[in-house]
Design a protein around this ligand. Structure first.
Ligand code: IPE
Ligand code: IPE
Ligand code: MG
Length: 241
């Protein structure tokens, strides 16, 4: 792989990229704007990067939009985020044929408003035939996901479908929100924070992490190119030599 290959992005992108969309609040603060303005700008960044991923031929894009811990924020901020999500989903539904993106939602949607839940279900159902898949993590927590999967498996054992010793890594994976989705090769966290914040705990076992100082609302296609270039320079060993 030469410098030129990296610059021109000639290497194939990873099949699955996951992004912790962080830094909206700081972006707004820097501009003296309310935090919600940062989330609106973050929504635009998502549109931009999802489109760019489609152009690059990335098959799966998983984005962390709202965590199980984000309910700790002020009522005003949570309501603002929910309002923006509703607006985004309504627009995505109207533009479905143009964008050709398949939506899936990871997380406990039952805590969202009935209206937002319906928009999520409509987006998921109406986009089922498209190739590029966006996994939207909403009220998502990695620990919560594993607890739910464990409960569901325990219920199947109680119902006689499995014995406890039938449980394998593959079988547990099939109970996760991410069932049928390959693990992300690359996880990007903008905003300068270097932690996982309860994102894809199971699926990230061998993911490459790229932490970047840019705030999410400023994240550009060039930043994605840089993260992919960095990914290509890593030597992935999966425990081997
Ligand atoms: C990420 O940006 C968006 C959500 C968590 C919903 P933040 O709102 O966490 O932005 P910072 O980290 O405060 O800058
Ligand atoms: C992670 O960011 C969640 C999302 C980006 C949706 P946070 O801003 O909530 O994470 P912490 O609190 O800095 O760890
Ligand atoms: Mg944050």
């Amino acid at each position: 792989m030469s410098e030129t290959d990296l610059k021109n992005n000639l290497l194939p992108p990873p099949r699955h990229i996951a992004i912790i969309m962080d830094g909206n609040g700081r972006w707004a603060k820097q501009r003296g704007l309310p935090r919600t303005a940062g989330h609106a700008a973050g929504g635009e960044a998502f549109r931009r990067i999802a489109n760019y991923c489609r152009t690059l031929g990335v098959k799966y894009l998983t984005v962390y939009a709202f965590s199980t811990e984000n309910w700790k924020r002020s009522e005003e901020e949570v309501a603002g985020i929910m309002r923006l999500l509703g607006r985004y989903l309504r627009e995505a539904l109207a533009d479905m044929e143009k964008n050709k993106v398949r939506f899936r939602f990871f997380g406990d949607l039952s805590k969202l408003s009935p209206e937002l839940q319906k928009l999520c279900m409509d987006a998921q159902n109406r986009s089922a035939d498209y190739d590029v898949q966006v996994n939207f993590c909403l009220n998502y927590g990695g620990r919560d996901e594993i607890v739910r999967a464990s409960r569901a498996f325990a219920a199947d054992v109680a119902a006689g479908k499995y014995r406890s010793e039938d449980l394998t890594e593959e079988l547990l994976s099939s109970y996760l929100y991410s069932a049928d989705v390959p693990d992300p090769e690359l996880i990007i966290r903008p905003s300068g924070e270097k932690r996982i914040s309860n994102f894809l705990l199971w699926q990230s076992a061998y993911s490459e992490f790229v932490f970047m100082n840019v705030l999410w609302p400023d994240f550009s296609p060039g930043d994605l190119d840089a993260a992919i270039a960095e990914y290509h320079q890593r030597n992935r060993r999966f425990g081997g030599t």
